[in-house]
Design a protein around this ligand. Structure first.
Ligand SMILES: C[S@@+](CC[C@H](N)C(=O)[O-])C[C@H]1O[C@@H](n2cnc3c(N)ncnc32)[C@H](O)[C@@H]1O
Length: 259
């Protein structure tokens, strides 16, 4: 049973999960010297792509999950450094050329202090690049909330919360402009075509459900997943060809540090 971050399950939809990074990475250019940090690097797939893009730079993958880092180390053993750390406590050893965080900062609270802090870890002329999902309005998130608030499950989830939506775009802009020479912000909606019996639950069980599954016993997990599948099946009716259209909205920010 999945109890923590599970690299194999997370990578099941690797091609779809890569789409936002496919859109983000080509927009990044580095014109100053310095290291590259991948915060919340997970199984290291994107850290590897960062290393391929900037082979001469020191590239460091940071994650709080030993399982994710173990998978990254096994697959990409050479020339990338892997460090276990909590992003909320993280500071760069010296100001970085790039601080990159794809689909991780939604798990880290207090963005009003976190974002300026991360930007301050970037050298003048360097870049902070972030992608975060905007889940609040999406049915997969409504199912998480509905179960968390239900009479059946509420008592199991003291202190466990779904990740929050990002702040309003204008707030990030105001938080970063004191430190940024320019900021590029955009949002995209991805309509992933999923196949299989319970594809939404499979997708979410390796991300948004992790905090909930991790506090349940094995038998409770099965029961919870059955309830989640029932909610997801109603929320995501099949298309005429039997597939499910799974929509994810994502916010992107690329900010260049003031000289
Ligand atoms: C959805 S995965 C994204 C992985 C990778 N960035 C990618 O796009 O494929 C989120 C990752 O963030 C990590 N994470 C969550 N909270 C964290 C924190 N406070 N500090 C460090 N890593 C964290 C998780 O362990 C997980 O590997």
């Amino acid at each position: 049973m999945t109890t923590t971050w599970n690299p194999d399950l997370y990578l099941r939809y690797a091609a779809y999960r890569a789409r936002p990074a496919d859109d983000l990475l080509p927009r990044l250019t580095l014109s100053v010297a310095g290291d590259v940090y991948d915060l919340g690097c997970g199984p290291g797939t994107l850290t590897k792509r960062l290393k391929e893009k900037w082979p001469a730079r020191r590239v460091v993958g940071i994650d709080s999950s030993a399982a994710m880092l173990g998978s990254a180390r096994d697959k990409f053993p050479t020339d990338i450094e892997w460090q276990q750390a909590d992003i909320s406590q993280w500071t760069a050893q010296k100001p970085a050329a790039l601080v990159f965080a794809n689909a991780s900062l939604q798990w880290v609270p207090h963005h009003t202090t976190l974002f300026p802090h991360l930007m301050s870890q970037v050298v003048p002329g360097g870049v902070m690049a972030v992608q975060v999902p905007e889940s609040g309005a999406q049915p997969y998130h409504k199912c998480i909330e509905a179960l968390a608030e239900s009479d059946k499950w509420r008592s199991k989830f003291h202190g466990v919360h779904p990740h929050e939506d990002p702040l309003p775009v204008r707030t990030y802009y105001d938080l970063l402009t004191p430190l940024a020479a320019n900021i590029d912000i955009w949002e995209s909606e991805y309509h992933h075509v999923l196949e299989g019996e319970d594809p939404v639950t499979e997708w979410i069980s390796s991300t948004g459900l992790v905090p909930f599954l991790s506090v349940l016993s094995d038998s409770e997990k099965l029961d919870y997943l059955a309830d989640y599948k029932a909610c997801a099946a109603k929320a995501y009716p099949r298309q005429t060809d039997g597939t499910v259209l799974f929509t994810m909205r994502r916010l992107f920010i690329v900010a260049t540090r003031k000289a």
